[in-house]
Write a protein that binds this ligand. Structure first.
Ligand SMILES: Nc1nc2c(ncn2[C@@H]2O[C@H](COP(=O)(O)OP(=O)(O)OP(=O)(O)O)[C@@H](O)[C@H]2O)c(=O)[nH]1
Ligand SMILES: [Mg+2]
Length: 222
């Protein structure tokens, strides 16, 4: 009998991880609570994966796509929909949590409200001991903006490891996607806390979702 070559073994291992992550997410996923201030955070009993990114980038939609639920996190055409830290539990008993965060860079929100979100997000990201990984979402139509760079710098300084996820890839041509992805990847390499590989996703079409699901489970549970 011939031995499978290494890349084939790797592919099988990846498939196994994706299948097992899909099984986990097809089980219990439940909204836990919404924290408008730090004092309302749940007890830090399990690892957490945070979703952050500019307003309207697709954080809530990505959370829905990963969990295979249509509307467990509220997505909306109105930017600024998510205003608190929303915690979702995965597994029975709970194995880890997903945290949907308010978006940054939303120009139309009142300055005071923006300041409040920013402080909430930053304090959580900097201080949460159980934070296993952060996903920084970037709209594949726009690439990195200065507000994203600021967020990445803050995460670098806090030594919070993050994965960069390009969203809405169904909205761009393949050639444009490649150009934006290369540019973002080049910049990501200069950020010490960023993972070198990008995740290209479409919550709408399902692209990249299975692989990201496996990565999230790996980050949370090791
Ligand atoms: N075509 C397409 N549209 C998407 C995708 N992901 C999100 N959207 C749309 O983008 C808009 C914003 O999505 P949300 O998931 O609410 O974005 P958010 O980052 O949670 O926004 P805030 O909570 O306001 O910060 C909605 O109209 C979604 O339907 C995608 O992969 N493809
Ligand atoms: Mg949202």
């Amino acid at each position: 009998m011939t031995q499978p070559d290494p890349s084939e073994l790797e592919e099988r291992e990846q498939q196994r991880r994706e299948d097992s992550a899909a099984r986990l997410f097809s089980g219990r996923v439940e909204f836990l609570l919404s924290a408008p201030q730090l004092k309302f955070l749940p007890d830090p009993t399990v690892p957490e994966i945070a979703f952050c990114g500019r307003s309207n980038v697709g954080k809530s939609s990505l959370l829905n796509a990963l969990t295979g639920r249509k509307a467990i996190a509220r997505a909306s055409v109105t930017p600024g929909r998510t205003q608190e830290l929303n915690f979702f539990e995965v597994g029975d008993p709970t194995q880890f949590r997903l945290v949907d965060m308010p978006g940054y860079g939303f120009a139309k929100a009142p300055v005071k409200v923006v300041e409040r979100w920013k402080n909430l997000v930053k304090s959580y990201l900097r201080g949460r001991q159980v934070l296993a990984r952060t996903l920084v979402l970037i709209d594949s139509r726009h690439g990195l903006k200065d507000v994203d760079r600021d967020m990445m710098k803050m995460l670098d300084e806090a030594a919070v490891g993050y994965r960069i996820v390009l969203t809405k890839t169904d909205k761009v041509k393949a050639s444009d996607l490649e150009r934006v992805a290369n540019k973002v990847a080049d910049e990501a390499r200069k950020h010490p806390a960023a993972y070198p590989e990008l995740h290209l996703t479409s919550s709408e079409k399902g692209m990249g979702i299975a692989a990201l699901r496996a990565a999230v489970v790996q980050d949370a549970l090791g």
